[in-house]
Design a protein around this ligand. Structure first.
Ligand code: COA
Length: 259
């Protein structure tokens, strides 16, 4: 795996992905989206990858937004295409069968906040700042931000953030439920790794099914309860379900194989 704008390192099944444009505060340009596209193919298909951490290079920013220099002179149609591509890539993060978590190590603004929100959950360092400042540019979020912000923190808080363009600090993001934990910056990756090591010891197909069922809440084409029934039923055809229940009854640790 080799990318222009991303660093990717597999540490015992946990893929650490660093968006690596620190001089531009890791802003999301076309190259980053192309690399994320390739990266997600790898995440979905490579059995050596069990889970993923996404973070930003440097100590200042996770991602300070879409790259504003690419916004000049777009037509309506081109603007729509840009949003469509961003949404398609972020949807694949959200629907990844393998957990993808964001380690937000500084500014998560605009597309950066949207990227973090597409991840399954978020851990922030104490210096993190979140916001959707697009209104300052005469724009709105285009990569799912208007939808996911309301899902994660509720409509009133979301609309206030969207229409004011204000930033919130890590403590407020925690209070709002936007992030699960706030830790000192030097602890950020350790915290994420500890959480993922625990998740990686669980039955992978069951983990994937939990993500799929929970995502169905917001999928208008699906009935989430029916989706849960189907996914619950499917578990009974897996070797891991037999292993998990046998291990419990035999008072031993389960050894899951992802089948
Ligand atoms: N797109 C393109 N370049 C960006 C960027 C973005 N979203 N965010 C930061 N950068 C660039 C700056 O232009 C600057 O580049 P330069 O050194 O070549 O001039 C570099 O990153 C450092 O940013 P700078 O603004 O000097 O840092 P700061 O500490 O003064 O301010 C921010 C930090 C995050 C408050 C500020 O960079 C900012 O407001 N960025 C834009 C946020 C935004 O509107 N995002 C939504 C985009 S839709």
């Amino acid at each position: 795996m080799s990318y222009t704008t991303l660093l990717a390192e597999n540490n015992q099944g946990i893929l650490l992905v660093t968006i690596n444009r620190p001089d531009k505060l890791n802003a999301l340009n076309k190259d980053v989206f192309n690399d994320l596209d390739e990266l997600l193919k790898e995440v979905y298909s490579n059995s050596q990858i069990q889970s993923v951490i996404i973070t930003g290079a440097g100590s200042k920013a996770f991602v300070a937004g879409a790259d504003i220099t690419e916004f000049g002179n777009l037509t309506i149609e081109e603007g729509m295409q840009l949003a469509k591509r961003g949404q398609a890539i972020f949807d694949r993060i959200e629907n990844s069968p393998k957990p993808i978590i964001a380690c937000v190590n500084g500014f998560a603004l605009g597309g950066g906040c949207e990227l973090a929100m597409a991840c399954h959950f978020r851990i922030a360092s104490e210096n993190a700042k979140f916001g959707q400042p697009e209104v300052n540019l005469g724009l709105i979020p285009g990569y799912g931000g208007t939808q996911r912000l309301a899902q994660l923190i509720g409509k009133g808080r979301a609309i206030e953030l969207l229409i004011s363009g204000s930033m919130i600090d890590a403590a407020t993001a925690h209070q709002y439920g936007l992030v699960n934990y706030v830790v000192p910056q030097e602890e950020l990756l350790n915290k994420a790794t500890t959480i993922l090591q625990n998740i990686n010891s669980k039955a992978p197909l069951a983990v994937a099914a939990c993500i799929k069922a929970a995502n169905a809440v917001w999928n208008e084409t699906q009935n989430g309860y029916q989706e849960e029934i189907n996914l619950f039923g499917n578990c009974f055809a897996t070797e891991d379900m037999k292993e998990g229940t046998s291990a419990f009854l035999q008072k031993r640790k389960a050894n899951f194989i992802g089948k």
